[in-house]
Ligand binder design. Structure first.
Ligand code: PLP
Length: 455
């Protein structure tokens, strides 16, 4: 076993360029090779057990051993392993899943375009907006509004919408016209003497000022995650989304909810926009759509958008956009089965029921000397580590404490995500009260040991 794992690790180091990895460091440390999963747990090749406290990448809702999804994939592969959806071709799984998504999402979202990843879905939205506004005779209406610390993917357009420096630096991004507005995180971006309501008012005034400066006739859409996840699990301040929606409507700016993480019950409501009381014109879905057993994403959008685009295809002859795997039959069959499990086991209700104990667990770390803020909603949360609690001063070398915490977490049998010095938890939707207790116990032990380790 050890010889095998050593040779696997050596082959990995010799051949693979890992995403989101310090490659020089990886050459020294090698990979953590995960070899199997069972429920909310995964096991490395030495047999060590870990609770997957981030559900993979915020995505494995039904856990790591759901045989029904394996079976759905197998049956679909036997029947029709692949077919495309170009040029009016269709197959049953993608039609049925599109129907299901239209039924589940807010009423105004009547149309679906499938892609394989969240990034592709957001790139598709950018192109849809450009195509639509050209079709409507508004060729200037092409800019996007996004937020600092927002995450929308890493392809050229979606990576431009993302508002994290590491996704722009040395990649020559942003490469499309986008303005990033202030991150709606009160703890970090609220000003001295400002309360949460005043913070919201300031952000909304900024949005209005940017629209006035750029001209509403040049702005196609505003994109945001209902709760910013990859930026550090940042719930918006009270009244923020209602205000953003009102301003977008008043200025004829499309509102895009990127629900790649918030969608399918993560916040305790079916979709994040429902938690924060707004209705988007467009929604991005992925991750929990198949519990990540297969790559799949969907753009949901309104009838008005569809009609404008459809008219233009009649004029110019085609909607010249699509992916080989758009609506892939195996991915959509797995998505359908996954959503059937969501309903049968009431996983959205489960997240809502676990919210109280999960959030109490997260907030129980607020008194820890290294924790500046403990936050979250639904079944997602984070603690933000700081060098000085009173002044909120971050560590001088951002990410060092987070990396150390991640290592201790592994030793304690808990995988979470260290986003700089923010430690994020987002466990599978099948978790139980006992699982939440165990996650918090392991997190507590990690934080206890961290105090000595970062000194
Ligand atoms: N949008 C959000 C909100 C995300 O969290 C992510 C990925 O984490 C993406 C888009 C990009 O998805 P993908 O990694 O599938 O391209």
């Amino acid at each position: 076993m050890d010889a095998l794992s050593n040779s696997l690790a050596a082959a990995d180091i010799a051949t693979t360029m890992h995403p989101y990895t310090n490659l020089r460091q990886h050459e020294q440390t090698g990979p953590l090779i995960i070899s199997r999963g069972d429920g909310i747990r995964v096991y490395d090749e030495r047999g060590k057990e870990y609770i997957e406290g981030l559900a993979g990448l915020w995505s494995v809702a039904v856990g790591f051993s759901e045989k029904r999804l394996a079976d759905a994939a197998y049956q679909q592969m036997l029947k029709l392993p692949y077919y495309h959806t170009f040029s009016s071709k269709a197959h049953e799984p993608s039609i049925r899943l599109a129907e299901k998504l239209v039924e589940m999402t807010p009423e105004n979202l009547t149309r679906v375009f499938f892609t394989s990843s969240g990034s592709e879905a957001n790139d598709t939205i950018v192109k849809m907006m450009w195509f639509m506004n050209n079709a409507l005779g508004r060729p200037k209406k092409k800019k996007f509004l996004a937020r600092t610390k927002g995450y929308h993917g890493i392809t050229v357009a979606s990576g431009s919408l993302t508002g994290l420096p590491i996704n722009h630096r040395d990649f020559d991004l942003p490469a499309i016209p986008v303005r990033h507005l202030t991150c709606p995180h009160f703890y970090r971006f609220g000003m001295e003497g400002e309360d949460e309501a005043a913070f919201t008012a300031r952000l909304l005034a900024e949005l209005e000022a940017v629209i006035a400066e750029e001209g509403a006739d040049t702005i196609a859409a505003f994109i945001g995650e209902p709760l910013m996840a990859a930026g550090g699990v940042l719930p918006p301040p009270v009244g923020y989304w209602e205000g953003v929606e009102k301003i977008c409507r008043a200025n004829d700016i499309m509102l895009i909810a990127d629900e790649v993480i918030c969608g399918f019950g993560r916040l305790g409501t079916p979709f994040g926009c429902q938690k924060f009381s707004f209705t988007p014109d467009i929604m991005t879905l992925s991750k929990q759509i198949t519990s990540s057993y297969m790559p799949l994403a969907a753009v949901m959008f309104s009838e008005a958008i569809y009609q404008a685009i459809a008219d233009n295809t009649a004029t110019i002859g085609n909607f010249g956009h699509g992916f080989t795997a758009s609506g892939h039959p195996v991915a959509t069959a797995v998505g359908l089965e996954n959503l059937a499990i969501f309903e049968e086991r009431d996983l959205i209700g489960n997240a809502a029921r676990l919210e109280a104990s999960f959030q109490a667990g997260i907030r129980s770390f607020a008194d820890h000397p290294l924790v500046g803020e403990a936050r979250g909603t639904g079944l997602i949360g984070a603690v933000e580590l700081v060098a000085d609690k009173a002044t909120k001063r971050p560590f001088a070398k951002v990410g060092r404490a987070g990396t150390i915490a991640g290592g201790i977490g592994h030793e304690e049998g808990l995988i979470f995500r260290a986003i700089g010095d923010q430690l994020a938890l987002c466990p599978p939707m099948i978790s139980t009260e006992d699982d939440v207790k165990e996650i918090m116990t392991r997190m507590g032990r990690t934080l206890e040991r961290l105090t000595g380790a970062v000194a």
